[in-house]
Design a protein around this ligand. Structure first.
Ligand code: ZN
Length: 256
C-alpha cells in the first residue's frame, strides 16, 4: 500500500493549502479550499485529478473555493454535518466518529467546536497526520468566534489524546507571532525558548514551521499546557481548573 502523499503549499496571505494523494487509487483530496485557482495550479503541476474536498469549517478562506473546484473537477465535498448549511456544495456531511476513506487511507473525524460551532478535524492514524484547520495552530489555537472556552478546551483535549508523533497540519503560518505571545506567559519554558528561536530562523529563511508534532505542542504550546505551574503563576490562577487557565490564556492572547 502506498503512503499517503501530503503536498503543502502557501495560499492567500498566510494560509496553507494541502493536497492528499493516494498513488494506488489515484484519489486526491484538498483539505479546505482557500484559493481554487492556486489549488487547480498545484493539481496540474502534480498531474493529479481532484476527487475530494475535506472541509474543516465554513470560513471563506477554508470553503470559499468549493464551488469553483466542484464545477471544474466534479469532486465530492465532505464537510461538517453540524454546519452543513454553511458549507458550499457539501455532498457528504460528517461528524464525530465518522471515517473518511481516501483509497486505502482512512481519516477519523472529530468534532472540535470553538473557533466555529461546526469545526471538525481529520485524523489519519496510520499516516500519523492530522489536519486541524483553525482549531490548533503551532504554538497557538483558533480564536473563539462561535464557541466558549469550555468547548474549545474540550476540543483541544481530544487532540491531546492522540500519539506524540502525530504531525499536525494547521491552516495558517502564525507560528512566529504565536511564539511572541507564548513567551510572555511561559518565559521560563526552555523548550519554548529553543523552539521560538528555531521558528525565527526558519521564518527568516522563508521556510514553513508547519507541520509540528503533538509532542512539540505538548511541550511548548500554552493553550495545551494549563497544568503548567509557570503558566498558572503568570496568569494568576495557581489553583484553578484547567479550563479556567485555558480561558484566561485565550483572553490574554485576544488582547495581546
Ligand atoms: Zn477560520
Amino acid at each position: 500500500m502506498s503512503e499517503l502523499t501530503i503536498h503543502m503549499f502557501p495560499c492567500l496571505a498566510d494560509n496553507y493549502g494541502y493536497l492528499l494523494h493516494d498513488a494506488d487509487s489515484g484519489v486526491t483530496a484538498a483539505v479546505d479550499t482557500p484559493d481554487a485557482a492556486a489549488i487547480l495550479a498545484q493539481l496540474e503541476a502534480k498531474g493529479w485529478r481532484l476527487t475530494h474536498v475535506l472541509n474543516t469549517h465554513h470560513h471563506a478562506d477554508h470553503a470559499g473555493g468549493n464551488l469553483e473546484l466542484k464545477r471544474q473537477t466534479g469532486c465530492t465535498i465532505v464537510g461538517p454535518r453540524a454546519d452543513a448549511a454553511r458549507i458550499p456544495g457539501i455532498d457528504v456531511p460528517v461528524g464525530a466518529g465518522d471515517e473518511v476513506v481516501l483509497g486505502r487511507h482512512r481519516a477519523r473525524v472529530f468534532d472540535t467546536p470553538g473557533h466555529t460551532r461546526g469545526h471538525i478535524v481529520y485524523y489519519f492514524a496510520d499516516a500519523h497526520a492530522a489536519f486541524v484547520g483553525d482549531t490548533l495552530f503551532a504554538l497557538g489555537c483558533g480564536r473563539l468566534f462561535e464557541g466558549t472556552p469550555a468547548q474549545m478546551w474540550s476540543s483541544l483535549s481530544k487532540i491531546l489524546a492522540w500519539p506524540d508523533d502525530t504531525r499536525l497540519y494547521c491552516a495558517h503560518e502564525y507560528t512566529q507571532s504565536n511564539a511572541r505571545f507564548a513567551l510572555t506567559v511561559e518565559p521560563d519554558n526552555d523548550a519554548l525558548r529553543q523552539r521560538a528561536a528555531a521558528v525565527a530562523r526558519r521564518r527568516a529563511a522563508n521556510l514553513p514551521t508547519v507541520p509540528s508534532t503533538l509532542a512539540e505542542e505538548r511541550a511548548t504550546n500554552p493553550f495545551l499546557r494549563p497544568a503548567s505551574r509557570g503558566l498558572r503563576a503568570t496568569v494568576g490562577l495557581p489553583d484553578a481548573p484547567d479550563v479556567d487557565v485555558f480561558a484566561k490564556t485565550r483572553a490574554l492572547k485576544d488582547a495581546f
